[in-house]
Design a binder for this molecule. Structure first.
Ligand code: ZN
Length: 384
């Protein structure tokens, strides 16, 4: 596939890899008997993903989208002025924690603002019709960030800010955010809690992080009641359960809502070898989830689809999960075989077990309510 044939955009900037949390031991700051070491959120996981795209030959075919920095005005569409200033001050002073498990280093503000701007740039390219869909390999991640608090390795709400940008600056009436990171998409849930124009859906490991949010009964409030859907799955789910959850909950919700744009918070920490997740997914699961999103984007919004990188901490495995996603977006195969696939596919964890079924059925109740409440005369979104 050549760049002329490829209609998939790709956002990357070397400085994303320079986001620096300092000395850490996994998720803990060192001290006492905790030996100093590396943070789980290393640059290497993402860099190896980019390297595999290039080594496979697919990287050269993707349409590069230059990430601009998000402006203060754009960041303030989600974050408080006080929080924005706190991040700037920390960044200028040499670094620190922007909230709850959200460390940044010197110059971290500029990197985080470019990560947000990278997702915005991807959406602008899709809306202008320059590319059909796009993958934004940005860092730091964003889906845990709240209006006045960095959280869970996230500084700014990259996807949430982009959804606001799409609504206000690009005049898209309805935006859907699908979050398949293994951790709850608490940021988007909180930001759009009362907003019926942004549908937020999170499929995650029950009570992982944050441990106190992501329950199925959290559906939004006021005008936004019904427009937040959580699908908390028990630890240990594999391919079959994710395909079932998407088929019965995520796709029907999107079809009922009919968004003008679909954004995906694309974490890879539901992969089988992740240190921070307890799910058993493999590359064919992520390929299938991407195919689902493309299918429903084609039906509802002319294929407008942007995936933004969130979590995923297995340095050897994430590149192969990511390659499957980007291959699917671009509609091609690089010919690279995933060496982890036969190992993980042989795991007996891929069946839909009774307690998985129960979790899906609970979320399905809210999807049916959403479908029933959305007017059948609601105008469809513009397509191209
Ligand atoms: Zn995560």
């Amino acid at each position: 596939m050549t760049q002329q044939q490829c209609r998939t955009g790709f956002v990357w900037h070397e400085t994303f890899m320079w986001h620096d949390q300092g000395s850490y031991a996994g998720v803990l700051p060192p001290g006492g008997y905790v030996q100093p070491g590396r943070h789980f959120d290393t640059a290497d996981t993402k860099r190896r993903f980019k390297n595999l795209l290039d080594a496979s030959g697919l990287g050269a075919a993707l349409r590069p989208i230059a990430p601009r920095a998000a402006t203060d005005e754009e960041l303030l569409r989600v974050h408080s002025r006080e929080y924005l200033q706190r991040v700037k001050d920390l960044s200028a002073a040499g670094g620190g924690d922007a909230g709850f498990f959200a460390p940044i280093g010197r110059g971290g503000f500029e990197i985080a603002a470019r990560a947000t701007g990278g997702v915005i740039s991807a959406v602008e390219a899709v809306v202008r019709g320059e590319v059909r869909n796009a993958y934004a390999l940005v860092r730091p991640a964003g889906h845990h960030a709240e209006p006045d608090l960095g959280k869970g390795f996230c500084i700014f709400g990259n996807v949430a800010i982009t959804a606001r940008h799409a609504r206000t600056a690009l005049a898209i009436e309805r935006v859907a955010i699908v979050d398949w990171d293994v951790h709850h998409g608490n940021g988007a849930q909180k930001i759009f809690w009362t907003d019926p124009t942004v549908l937020t859906i999170s499929v995650h490991q029950d009570r992982s992080f944050p441990p106190d949010s992501g329950f199925a009964h959290e559906i939004g409030a006021g005008a936004g009641a019904g427009y937040n859907i959580n699908i908390p799955l028990p630890a240990g789910c594999g391919h079959g359960t994710y395909v079932e959850a998407f088929s019965r909950c995520v796709l029907p919700a999107l079809r009922a809502f009919r968004p003008g744009l679909i954004l995906v918070s694309c974490g890879f920490d539901a992969g089988a070898m992740d240190p921070l997740g307890r799910m058993v997914l493999h590359s064919e699961t992520f390929r299938q989830l991407t195919a689902f999103m493309m299918e429903v984007a084609d039906e509802t919004c002319g294929g407008r689809l942007v995936l933004a990188h969130e979590g995923g901490y297995s340095e050897p495995m994430v590149p192969f999960l990511g390659l499957a996603v980007v291959e699917q977006l671009a509609g091609t195969r690089s010919g690279v075989e995933d060496p982890f696939l036969p190992i993980v596919a042989a795991d007996p964890a891929h069946a839909v077990l009774p307690h998985h079924e129960l979790a899906i059925a609970q979320a399905e109740i809210h999807v049916r309510r959403l479908a029933a409440s959305v007017s059948p005369t609601q105008p469809t979104s513009p397509s191209r």
